[in-house]
Design a protein around this ligand. Structure first.
Ligand code: HMG
Ligand code: MG
Length: 287
């Protein structure tokens, strides 16, 4: 297991949330059921956010009710506030995630709140989750670049990672939300963050908008990261770069890691099947 690297599948959430076509529940369920056979330990299936902000995620409770849960897989959902937390519990999410931004501009655009207001909303979520032993992941967006504020100082990311970890997030996922990071900027950011959160509790969440996600994963591997988020079929786009790819594709990351000699525990045939489903969803074809 010394060579293990985990891919955290975020396609059904981070990928689909940006799709403009209203995707039928049955297609989402079919995709997740296929992903459940691939060997993931954690799959993010949706989010309990305002349906006015992200209409595509409005049916996440239906998704959780509709999937066939595979043993050993934790099905996760994002929760921005207590309203989302309570809905996630009722729907039976196995873990939840809170999400903050390292830059004020993106925090305002994504959460309608400053960074500190967002943290205030997370505090009761983390307290309530701790009482029932529900794992909470913490996301940080814009870890190197923000579409509104420009470059993000690494110390700002480290301070937020420190806060989220202290509040009780078991893992901090570091997001290059707009895909502008480079191996150099990722390295500088990670060196600061590693000072405050153990590297084994960090994950890289890199978007491929600039075509450098795999290079950024390599830079992160060199610094000791062993968890990476990815979306099957490279699902999703970037609202700040129309037409450009969004999340790095799971199957590309898995193939790359296996070539480097890491063990992802994933079945490549099932990944190909799931990538095919995701492609059909994107094109609006029947699956
Ligand atoms: P707001 O408008 O300021 O909220 O939005 P509010 O508290 O004033 O409520 C307004 C309405 O939303 C009310 O309904 C609430 O009930 C409803 P109304 O009375 O008008 O009918 N509402 C909710 N409904 C369902 N579930 C909820 C919920 N909360 C309020 N949980 C809010 C504030 C945070 C809700 C909003 O900004 C929001 O939903 N933001 C989420 C945006 C989002 O999901 N973004 C994508 C995920 S983050 C991401 O992709 C980055 C990541 O991948 C990492 C990376 O790449 O960097 C994680
Ligand atoms: Mg993302």
């Amino acid at each position: 297991m010394g060579n293990a690297v985990e891919i955290y599948e975020v396609g059904p959430r981070d990928g689909l949330q940006d799709e403009t076509r209203s995707i039928p529940l049955s297609e989402k369920v079919a995709l997740i059921d296929c992903l459940s056979r691939a060997g993931f330990s954690r799959i993010e299936v949706g989010s309990f956010v305002s349906p006015k902000w992200v209409p595509q995620m409005a049916e996440t409770a239906g998704v959780l009710a509709g999937i066939s849960r595979a043993p050993g897989v934790r099905y996760a959902a994002l929760t921005p506030n207590m309203q989302g937390y309570e809905a996630a519990l009722v729907a039976g999410a196995d873990e939840i995630a809170v999400f903050a931004s390292a830059s004020e501009g993106f925090s305002r655009a994504n959460m309608n709140a400053s960074i500190s207001e967002a943290l205030e909303r997370f505090q009761p979520i983390l307290e309530a989750a701790r009482n029932i032993d529900l794992p909470v992941r913490g996301y940080i967006s814009c870890v190197t670049d923000c579409p509104f504020d420009g470059k993000t100082p690494p110390a700002q990311v480290a301070a937020l990672a420190d806060r989220l970890f202290a509040l009780g997030c078991y893992e901090i996922s570091l997001g290059d939300t707009i895909g502008r990071a480079t191996p150099d900027s990722i390295t500088k950011m990670l060196i600061k963050v590693r000072d405050v959160v153990p590297v084994g509790r960090l994950a890289g969440h890199y978007h491929d908008t600039g075509g450098r996600a795999i290079a950024n994963i390599d830079a992160s591997l060199a610094l000791g990261l062993r968890v990476f988020d990815a979306a099957i079929g490279g699902l999703g786009g970037c609202p700040y770069a129309p037409g450009a790819p969004g999340n790095v594709a799971t199957e590309a990351v898995a193939a790359h890691l296996e070539r480097l000699g890491y063990n992802t525990g994933l079945n490549m045939d099932v990944l190909r099947e799931a990538a095919g489903l995701s492609q059909a969803m994107r094109e609006g074809a029947d699956v």
